[in-house]
Design a protein around this ligand. Structure first.
Ligand code: CA
Length: 225
């Protein structure tokens, strides 16, 4: 997947670009609204991440320009907390999703995967394990129809384990998926998150097993004993 990232904060843009590349995606970075206007039309991008506050032309102008000229790629807006009105306008102007700063990398990656699925027409994809269901596009976990509230990171870990249900997920791939730009997610933090999820899932008929020295495996309770 080829992604255009338009963001004028150099630290943020570097962190996001690294995170996207770690997922195996190709990223082009721009920091200027005017450049983005033309590049978004000629660059054959599968997806754009577009900051609202940009030098020369703001993100809203850029988005309107793209949509008016028939560019259909999914666009995810990055907005500051005080730009609520802009956010609504942005969705009206043809944005597909938005994320409020500061956000965490796993959350951004999950949104991008959801947009990609939507663009590919795989809108209602769900993962199921026992009575647990994860609606990937809408980021919602339910047990027998009841919503289980998890943090974005807990949800990202649950998604990873459910995708590979019944198989071992190596600790390193969990670390890679959960790392943010502020601090690398350590193997110890993986243990903390697994411990938390185990508690949440204790009554829900699924277990997360530790495969010592290797990783974790999620399955329906009682299967692997
Ligand atoms: Ca900005």
């Amino acid at each position: 997947m080829r992604i255009l990232l338009v963001e004028d904060d150099p630290a943020l843009s570097l962190g996001v670009a690294r995170g996207l590349e770690r997922e195996g995606w190709q990223v082009d970075v721009l920091s200027d609204g005017e450049q983005a206007m033309s590049e978004g039309l000629v660059g054959q991008y599968d997806l754009c991440i577009l900051d609202l506050g940009l030098p020369r032309r703001d993100g809203m102008e850029v988005l309107r320009h793209w949509r008016a000229r028939g560019a259909r790629m999914p666009v995810l807006l990055l907005t500051a907390r005080d730009e609520l009105a802009d956010r609504v306008q942005g969705l009206d102007a043809g944005a597909d999703d938005y994320l409020v700063k500061p956000f965490d990398l796993p959350e951004l990656l999950a949104r991008i995967r959801a947009l990609k699925r939507r663009a590919e027409g795989r809108l209602d994809e769900t993962l199921q394990l026992g009575e647990l269901k994860l609606d990937i596009a809408h980021r919602e976990l339910t047990h027998q129809g009841q919503r289980i509230a998890l943090s974005p990171r807990e949800l990202a870990l649950t998604e990873l384990l459910m995708q590979k249900a019944g198989r071992v997920v190596p600790k390193e791939s969990i670390v890679a998926r959960m790392s943010s730009w502020e601090a690398d997610f350590s193997e110890n933090s993986v243990e903390v998150y697994v411990h938390r999820l185990r508690k949440r899932f204790a009554e829900l008929g699924v277990v997360i097993r530790t495969v010592r020295g290797f990783g974790y495996l999620m399955e329906v309770a009682g299967t692997g004993e």
